[in-house]
Write a protein that binds this ligand. Structure first.
Ligand SMILES: Nc1ncnc2c1ncn2[C@@H]1O[C@H](COP(=O)(O)OP(=O)(O)O)[C@@H](O)[C@H]1O
Ligand SMILES: [Mg+2]
Length: 344
């Protein structure tokens, strides 16, 4: 059995249902392959829609350009990102005591091919960091002559671009590539492919149970982790194949981990709104708003949209004495609240 095929950073040989996105990205990167600046790109879509996988896959095919990949969950400040760029281009960590400006200019000193900076999970970086980094990198040729840099931004926030200043937009007007959620049928095929690669034997009902659960939670990453856990459990129990019992046990453990990961992506205000939704008996958005303190209604609405986008809630419009927004929970309250509690 090969369990690494279920791990998050595993890049499969076959990426299904993403031909269009891969094609667009390859086209945007083509100039860099031939000595010029690539077309800037932003990849947008909910979690686990294949953004990171597609970008890494296409970048790995580049032969004549250099890229540096930065995950902004791990590197949230400008200094951390600049250090990553330096390390990526020079092959060693910047010496101590050197100013950030110097780190930046020295990073590009030996560069002799076009450069692509990838900022993944950009919505996690601290405020303003992405903007400053992009401005610096896209204008790097003003500091070091001959640099031909471009950027790929990856974000779950569809409105991400709207926040940028006009100064940045004048150098960064990216091509937008959208990654839609996978259908249940697509999820089945992707997971089936991975099951084959793993050499783990899944009984048909057990596999179908995983597909259904993954589609319910609309998260491929959760499905892959369930497969991995179920395989370990069946091995421990000495079974020949993964059966429904193993999947049930994997679900018990997997859910809380899954919720915790989602909640980790929220800031304090967003968590407060989520908690209010899962503790109060109110359903109408206006009533839930009365429970949270210290934010405007438009901020509250923006948070609702984000929580809906992350698939933690659904927001539906109903006609009850006029139009009103009604918030529907997607999960059991005790599961969400337990995850919030355990993260404190
Ligand atoms: N089209 C696909 N074909 C095969 N595996 C996929 C596909 N899309 C996503 N995956 C797998 O699902 C998981 C989540 O994908 P990822 O690229 O990390 O999503 P995102 O970056 O959008 O959150 C990864 O383990 C990845 O290998
Ligand atoms: Mg990703």
């Amino acid at each position: 059995m090969r369990l690494e095929v279920f791990d998050e950073d595993f890049i499969p040989e076959r990426i299904l249902f993403r031909e269009q996105q891969m094609d667009r990205l390859a086209t945007n990167l083509a100039p860099a392959e031939f000595g010029s600046r690539a077309t800037n790109t932003i990849c947008l879509g909910s979690p686990a829609t294949g953004k990171t996988t597609v970008v890494k896959y296409v970048l790995n095919q580049l032969q004549n350009a250099k890229y540096v990949y930065v995950n902004c969950q791990a590197s949230r400040t400008k200094q951390q990102i600049f250090f990553k760029i330096f390390e990526g281009l020079r092959g060693f960590y910047p010496p101590r005591g050197v100013s950030l400006q110097k780190v930046f200019s020295e990073a590009f000193k030996k560069l002799d091919s076009p450069f692509v900076l990838v900022l993944d999970d950009a919505n996690f970086a601290e405020d303003g960091v992405i903007e400053e980094t992009l401005l610096a990198v896209l204008k790097a040729h003003e500091v070091v002559e001959g640099v031909k840099s471009s950027a790929i931004l990856i974000s779950t926030d569809l409105k991400y671009l709207a926040r940028f200043s006009s100064e940045l937009l004048s150098v960064f007007h990216p091509d937008e590539i959208y990654f839609p959620p996978y259908s249940e049928e697509e999820i089945r095929e992707i997971l089936l492919d991975r099951a084959k690669l793993s050499y783990v034997n899944f009984k048909e009902e057990a596999f179908e149970e995983i597909v259904e659960e993954t589609a319910n939670y609309a998260d491929l990453r959760y499905g892959l982790s369930l497969m991995k856990q179920a395989a370990i459990i069946s091995w421990k129990l000495g079974k020949e194949a993964v059966d429904e019992e193993c999947v049930e046990m994997a679900k018990e453990k997997g859910k809380i981990v899954f919720f915790k990961k989602m909640i980790l992506a929220l800031n304090e205000k967003e968590k407060e709104v989520l908690r209010a939704i899962y503790t109060s008996n109110y359903k109408r958005a206006a009533e839930i708003f009365s429970e949270v303190k210290g934010m405007s209604y438009s901020k509250f609405n923006e948070i609702l949209r984000k929580l809906e986008y992350l698939r933690l809630i659904d927001v539906v419009t109903k006609y009850e004495r006029g139009l009103s927004s009604v918030v529907v929970r997607r999960f059991k309250a005790e599961e969400i609240l337990k995850a919030i509690e355990e993260l404190k």
